[in-house]
Design a protein around this ligand. Structure first.
Ligand code: NDP
Length: 313
C-alpha cells in the first residue's frame, strides 16, 4: 500500500524552467557584447562533495551558454593565495561572477570563509554572501540573493504555494541558508520563526508551520511529529549516509533507495525523514528538490551580474 500523500515538488522540472528563461538572456548578452557572461569558480582541495557540486555548476553554466572558468587551488594552498586569486578575479574585466566553493580546508582557519566572502567584489558576488549584499537583502533590495534560499522561493512560487499570511518555520540559522531564507520569507509577508540547536521543544514549534524549511545538516532529523498535517515541507539538507543499517531503517528493506545504496555504498539523504511524506501536503525530495534550484539561481545571478556590470559600463 502506498501511504504517501504529499505532493512531491519537482526541483529538476522547476530548475529547467528557470534555466530556459536564463538561456535566451545569455544569448542576447553574448550577441550584444561580443562575449558570454563569465563565472569564475574557485575550488580549493578535493572534497568529494564539493567536486560534485562544482562539476554540476560547470556543466549547467556551460549548457546555458555561460563561460565557466574553474580555478583550482591545492588543499595545501594558503588563505593568502586564495585571497590573491579572488583579487585577480575581481580585477578581471571578463569575469562577471565569482563563486568560492565552501567548505574551505580547515587548515585555512576558522575565519577564512568570511574573509574570502568579504574579499569578493559585491558586484560579482553571485552567491550573495558579501556583507553589502547581505545588507541589501535585509533591506529588501537584494540584487544578487543567495542561491539556495532564493531557489526555495522560486520553488514555492512556481508550485503555486502561497507564502503571504502563512506561518513559516525555518530550522537552521546559518548565514548561507537559514538567515537569508528567513529574510526572503519575511519579505513575502510570511510570519517567520527561526529555530536552531538551542530551541526548546523544537517539534512543537515546527508543528505550527504552514511552510517548514529544514536546513540543519542531519539526515532524517525532521520526523512526522514536527509536521502539521498538510504543511509544505522544504528539505534543504544534503547528507551522505554510509551506514547500511541506517538506510534500511529509513527506507525499509526492498526500497529503491536501499538498492541504490547497495550499488554505490552511500546515498544522499535530506534533513527530513521519509515518513514525513505521510503527513505533509507538499514535500521536496532529496535528491531532485532544492539542489537543482540552487544551481539554476546561480546561473540567473551570473546573468544579472553581467547585465548590471555592462549597464554601468
Ligand atoms: P550549518 O551547519 O551552517 O547550519 C546548520 C544549522 O542547523 C545551524 O543553525 C544549527 O544550529 C542548526 N542545527 C544543528 N543541529 C540542530 C538540532 N539538533 N536542532 C535544531 N537545529 C540544529 O549548515 P548549512 O546551513 O550550511 O546547511 C544546512 C544543510 O543544507 C546541510 O545539509 C547542507 O549540506 C545543505 N545545503 C544544501 C544546499 C542545496 O543546494 N540544497 C546548499 C547549502 C546547504 P546552531 O546555529 O545553534 O548551531
Amino acid at each position: 500500500m502506498n501511504v504517501s500523500s504529499a505532493r512531491l515538488l519537482d526541483g529538476n522540472r522547476i530548475a529547467a524552467e528557470i534555466r530556459q528563461s536564463v538561456t535566451p538572456g545569455v544569448a542576447a548578452f553574448t550577441s550584444r557584447h561580443g562575449r558570454a557572461p563569465q563565472l569564475g569558480i574557485v575550488l580549493v582541495g578535493e572534497d568529494p562533495a564539493s567536486e560534485i557540486y562544482v562539476r554540476n555548476k560547470v556543466r549547467a553554466g556551460s549548457e546555458s551558454g555561460l563561460l565557466v572558468d574553474l580555478q583550482r587551488l591545492p588543499a595545501t594552498g594558503t588563505l593568502d593565495e586564495l585571497l590573491q586569486l579572488v583579487r585577480q578575479l575581481n580585477a578581471s574585466d571578463g569575469h562577471d561572477g565569482i563563486l568560492v566553493q565552501a567548505p574551505l580546508p580547515a587548515a585555512m582557519g576558522r575565519s577564512a570563509t568570511q574573509r574570502v566572502f568579504d574579499a569578493i567584489d559585491p558586484a560579482k558576488d553571485v552567491d550573495g554572501f558579501h556583507p553589502t549584499n547581505v545588507g541589501r537583502l535585509v533591506q529588501g533590495r537584494a540584487h544578487l540573493p543567495p542561491c539556495t534560499p532564493s531557489g526555495v522561493i522560486e520553488m514555492l512560487d512556481r508550485s503555486g504555494i502561497a507564502i503571504a499570511r502563512t506561518h513559516a518555520v525555518v530550522i537552521g540559522r546559518s548565514d548561507i541558508v537559514g538567515k537569508p531564507m528567513a529574510m526572503l520569507l519575511l519579505q513575502r509577508d510570511a510570519t517567520v520563526t527561526v529555530c536552531h540547536s538551542k530551541t526548546p521543544d523544537l517539534p512543537s514549534v515546527a508543528r505550527q508551520a504552514d511552510i517548514l524549511v529544514a536546513a540543519i545538516g542531519r539526515a532524517a532529523f525532521v520526523t512526522p511529529d514536527f509536521v502539521k498535517p498538510g504543511a509544505t515541507v522544504i528539505d534543504v539538507g544534503i547528507n551522505r549516509v554510509t551506514d547500511a543499517a541506517q538506510v534500511t531503517s529509513l527506507f525499509g528493506a526492498g526500497a529503491q533507495r536501499v538498492a541504490d545504496f547497495q550499488k554505490r555504498g552511500s546515498i544522499v539523504v535530506g534533513d527530513v525523514h521519509p515518513a514525513v511524506a505521510e503527513v505533509a501536503g507538499a514535500l521536496t525530495p532529496v535528491p531532485g528538490g532544492v539542489g537543482p534550484l540552487t544551481i539554476a539561481v546561480l546561473l540567473k545571478n551570473t546573468l544579472a551580474a553581467a547585465e548590471a556590470r555592462a549597464a554601468e559600463g
